[in-house]
Design a protein around this ligand. Structure first.
Ligand code: SAM
Length: 271
């Protein structure tokens, strides 16, 4: 049965064996691994992964594809097929540790990365096909315009590695954007720990929401009173006259930890 690709589900299928092999190599998948593939689609990458002998959990949202996946992979005891939205799936219910390998639908790439990072205790590596700009933003270092919320959030939890580009012509249908494979290796422990990760997220979100402004201005929306803001320099060594893009991940942690230590003491209405 012919299946028409659904644009709304980000269906750009990758059939080229050269790139499929490179993705499996980049993910370093072997027979002892447990691997989640998000969006197996027509099963091209799934086939390459299954050949390694790994345990595979497939999460596919498109109900048209499920019977086809069951027909091909159902008889394999090493493959489990789940009709699910990868944005809703309960990764916390899994046992053991897992690698994630995915040619992601680009419309969900940022929320899915946020969700996987939030449940990162379950994962060792994430090997993801992303829009090239998004992969570069995630791996960006401080000081440039690509460095932002996603860079800090991801690098707090993982070490990113840009693997290789995949040309639009390798997909069917051809996407309008360039693509790149990125591997994230989860840190066992962040280099500097944010004592309150929810606050850390609020701080980086506020800081980059007005990235051309100084931190003093952009962090104003968090509601800390002037005396707390005035104490930041002495408490952390961070000058609030700087812009968000100049701060390292460790500096954002220090800033959030300092503000967190003032919570309930001086903060009027932190969000
Ligand atoms: N892995 C296949 C390949 O490389 O050819 C297909 C990749 S295609 C870019 C994205 C796949 O993700 C599609 O099969 C699509 O139906 C599926 N998908 C889209 N949104 C999803 C979601 N929220 N949860 C799970 N799968 C999803």
């Amino acid at each position: 049965m012919h299946i028409y690709p659904k644009k709304s589900l980000g269906q750009n299928f990758l059939k080229d064996p050269h790139y499929l092999g490179k993705i499996v190599d980049a993910a370093q998948v072997g027979p002892r691994d447990q691997v989640i593939e998000i969006g197996p689609g027509l099963g091209h990458l799934t086939r390459a992964l299954a050949e390694t002998g790994c345990m595979l959990l497939l999460l596919e949202l498109d109900d048209r594809l499920i019977p086809r996946l069951r027909e091909e992979f159902g008889p394999r005891t090493t493959v489990q097929i789940v009709h699910a939205d990868a944005l809703e799936y309960d990764y916390g219910g899994l046992s053991g540790t897992w690698k994630v390998v995915a040619n992601l639908p680009y419309y969900i790439s940022t929320p899915i990365i946020q969700r996987l990072i939030a449940q990162r205790g379950r994962f060792t590596t994430l090997t993801l096909m992303l829009q090239k700009e998004v992969a570069e933003r995630i791996a960006a270092v401080p000081g440039g315009k690509e460095y932002g919320f996603l860079s800090v959030l991801v690098q707090y939890a993982a070490v990113p590695r840009l693997e290789f580009s995949v040309p639009a012509g390798a997909f069917t249908p051809r996407p309008k954007v360039d693509s790149m494979i990125l591997t994230l290796t989860m840190r066992e422990r962040p280099e500097t720990v944010a004592n309150d990760e929810a606050l850390f997220l609020r701080v980086i979100k506020a800081a980059f929401s007005q990235r051309r402004k100084t931190l003093r201005n952009s962090l104003g929306q968090l509601g800390y009173p002037g005396d707390v803001m005035n104490a930041v320099k002495d408490g952390t060594g961070i000058d609030l006259g700087r812009r968000a893009e100049t701060l390292s991940v460790a500096e954002f942690c220090r800033l959030a930890n300092f503000l967190g230590s003032k919570h309930g003491e001086n903060a009027e209405n932190p969000i």
